[in-house]
Write a protein that binds this ligand. Structure first.
Ligand code: ADP
Ligand code: MG
Length: 698
């Protein structure tokens, strides 16, 4: 316990952070590194050698024997290739070495990482390059160096590089706006993120008995437990001791890595929990979220638990998401999405807010794409997560202000005082928006936006690339217009009014889960890209490609490759799920039903022989045998549709569509019958753990 209380003593103890660098590096070297961190100025070889050496000594003291360039390829998880610090020397001995070159650049074999069409077109080999803005750390016995991953011809092959680029352009464009408001002090603007992470914990011994969980991360079969989440007795409820122990252990390990895990609580579904970190710079938040997911999995196992990060592990209970809380701040200490205390500050806030609204309206499909995955398709629009339509919740106070700007009418301040709104005078509005609409995909929550569509297993990088780039694009348009203006305030007024009029359709303050909203959204012309397969092809819509190329976030080839990787992945996932279902149905479920059938038939015969009434046995035998025949037909049907998918393999979009429309539907048919069988076969004959076992035994 004392260990836990003294968190400050060991927070960040496994991180090569600024304090460690200040202590261990010569002053001039330390300064060079700080310059690199802040302004991206490359380190020269000598400096890199000194830094690498200090890093190695520090890591060895922490027990490290190896180092790795830690990167985030398109698989969505992190990759590491461990090299020992050891270098052989002449007399047969070894010395422990780590050079500046090894720190700055690495060469993993890139050919096995997904690269879409890029590998065919360009050189396959790639290299990793140190990202000095994210600190190196020791994990287990390895010094991990956060890196970006590119091909030798410069194509990006990872999730970090575009995120770093998108942060750069937000900074450039936001500074232009700040200058127009007379700010001369800020020199850098940073996007910040606090991703709340949902997950399930189940007993490891049950996990080990479920092929579907092991191979696909979700249950492909399973009748509803007699109890679900209807009593809402789990949400923020007492945390069970075993889970508490896990959470404490997790917090401790995260803190050692300098990850500010702050809140841990139960979520809505039984067995579901959430971890919220304190927000930090976007790229570090992305690195930290990857590490958090990795540690959740590892530490759960130590406690005899298994951590499920899939978006929809169980049918009929809520799935898991990741809330991406996003904001921007300048290095002179302002949160640019924080309504200010003075009218001028307010006006600056309204300008950033309107830019955000416009960005979301114009580029909604890109945000939708960033949350698109086979797993998340089960969640979006299912009354537990926002629908696939992107809209923004602003709340009443802000809505009043925008209305006032649009129509030039007075607003009520603090519900009694009438405030004449003009561009020189905006009322003060409450800073904390207490009206928490939980059904909106994108909600303003006081000084940040919370994007709630993202799936729990996804990297947060893509979402933030989209938010940053589209926001920067609109800030750029605003700045282009306003910098030319003779009368700044007048032009701003015109710009804001026009922006609100043209883009208010994306604002919706009502219940996002309702059917009426979907109808209303359609009337407003908002895109409703229901599934991953609908969303992904929009990646390469012309205006998006132009925007990404203009800001050098992605080239057309890079975006196309991303689309292809994701579509291909979608098909592969459903194929694996179908295979797993066929396996389980044939080798576990059907045999169990047959065994029961045999048992019933045996007892039927003996009853008949003794002249007892056997009508009940007959009834059960008919039911089980009938269901099992149906099951077998459904298996064969699924096998046929899965095999037919092979014929479509040439066309990536066509194939994904086929998996969604045909294979998924056949999977659902099979599941329905199997789940009914489960309700009719004795517990002791049922071959796999039930939903009650999985959800209520931790
Ligand atoms: P909730 O009601 O959703 O739990 P909180 O205010 O506790 O709301 O914040 C949730 C998340 O938002 C936390 O991870 C927090 O660190 C993050 N957050 C707060 N301020 C910012 C900010 N300026 N930028 C990005 N994320 C933020
Ligand atoms: Mg939240």
């Amino acid at each position: 316990m004392s260990d836990f209380q003294n968190a400050a003593d060991y927070f960040g103890c496994n991180v090569f952070n600024e304090k460690v660098m200040r202590d261990r590096l010569p002053k001039n070297i330390y300064k060079s590194v700080m310059r690199t961190k802040q302004f991206g100025i490359a380190l020269n070889d000598e400096v890199a050698d000194v830094v690498a050496n200090a890093m190695k000594d520090w890591a060895i003291e922490k027990g490290a024997t190896h180092f790795t360039h830690w990167f985030q390829p398109m698989t969505g998880i992190t990759a590491e290739k461990h090299d020992a610090f050891m270098t052989p020397v002449e007399d047969g001995n070894v010395i422990q070495e780590f050079s500046g070159k090894e720190l700055v650049k690495g060469e993993p074999d890139a050919s096995s990482f997904p690269s879409g069409g890029l590998r065919a077109t360009f050189e396959a080999r790639g290299y990793t390059a140190w990202d000095p803005t994210s600190n190196a750390f020791v994990k287990e016995d390895t010094l991990c160096i956060p890196t970006a991953f590119c091909s030798y011809t410069g194509e990006i092959l990872d999730k970090k590089t575009p995120l770093l680029r998108s942060m750069e352009i937000v900074s450039e464009q936001a500074l232009r706006i700040l200058r127009l408001f007379g700010n001369t002090t800020a020199t850098r603007v940073t996007t910040t993120v606090g991703p709340e992470q949902e997950y399930f914990l189940i007993d490891k011994k049950y996990y080990d008995q479920r092929k579907d969980l092991m191979l696909t991360g979700r249950t492909l079969f399973g009748a509803m437990a007699p109890k679900g989440q209807e009593l809402e007795d789990h949400y923020f409820g007492n945390i069970k001791q075993r889970v508490l122990d896990f959470m404490k252990d997790l917090d401790r390990e995260l803190w050692k890595l300098g990850i500010y895990a702050k809140t841990e609580h139960n979520e809505v579904a039984p067995g579901q929990h959430e971890l919220a970190p304190v927000f930090t710079t976007s790229n570090i938040a992305a690195d930290h979220n990857q590490l958090t997911m990795e540690l959740m999995k590892k530490i759960a196992q130590k406690h005899g638990l298994y951590c499920l990060l899939h978006e929809k592990p169980f049918d009929g209970v809520n799935g898991s998401g990741k809330h991406n809380n996003w904001s921007i701040s300048s290095n002179d200490g302002q949160n640019l999405l924080d309504p200010g205390d003075t009218p001028m500050k307010n006006l600056q806030f309204i300008t950033f807010l309107c830019a955000f609204v416009k960005a979301v309206d114009e580029y909604a499909p890109l945000l939708r794409i960033s949350a698109a995955s086979a797993g998340n398709d089960h969640r979006l629009g299912a009354n537990e997560a926002p629908p696939a339509v992107i809209s923004i919740f602003l709340g009443d106070e802000l809505q009043n202000i925008l209305d006032a700007i649009e129509y030039g009418k007075p607003v009520k301040e603090n519900s009694d005082k009438i405030f004449e709104i003009g561009i020189d005078a905006l009322p003060n509005f409450p800073k904390d928006s207490t009206d928490r609409n939980r059904t909106s995909p994108l909600a303003f929550t006081g000084n940040k936006f919370e994007f709630r569509m993202l799936g729990s297993a996804d990297s947060i990088s893509c979402t933030n690339v989209m938010m940053n780039t589209t926001f920067a694009q609109v800030l750029c348009e605003f700045a282009d217009e306003l910098e030319k203006a003779d009368d700044f305030k007048k032009s701003l007024k015109t710009l804001l009014k026009r922006t609100i009029t043209n883009h208010k359709r994306v604002i919706f303050n009502g219940n996002g889960y309702s059917q009426e909203w979907l109808e209303e959204a359609e009337k407003r012309g908002l895109p409703n890209l229901v599934s991953t397969v609908d969303a992904l092809p929009h990646y390469i819509d012309k205006p998006y490609v132009e925007m990404f190329e203009k800001f050098k976030v992605y080239t057309k080839a890079e975006i196309t490759s991303r689309m292809e990787i994701h579509l291909d992945n979608y098909s592969k996932i459903i194929n694996i799920e179908a295979n797993t279902m066929i396996y389980m149905a044939k080798k576990q479920i059907a045999p169990a039903a047959m065994e029961y059938s045999k048992f019933i038939c045996d007892s039927l015969i003996s009853k008949k022989n003794t002249g007892l009434d056997s009508s009940l046995e007959e009834k059960i035998a008919r039911k089980i045998s009938g269901l099992n025949t149906e099951l077998y037909n459904a298996i064969e049907n699924l096998e046929a549709s899965r095999n037919a998918a092979k014929e479509r393999e040439g066309n990536i979009q066509d194939l994904a569509r086929y998996y969604r429309d045909v294979v998924l539907t056949d999977m659902q048919k099979l599941r329905k019958i199997a789940d009914e069988l489960e309700m009719n076969v004795p517990e002791k004959l049922w071959p796999i753990p039930t939903y009650t076992d999985l959800l209520f035994t931790v």
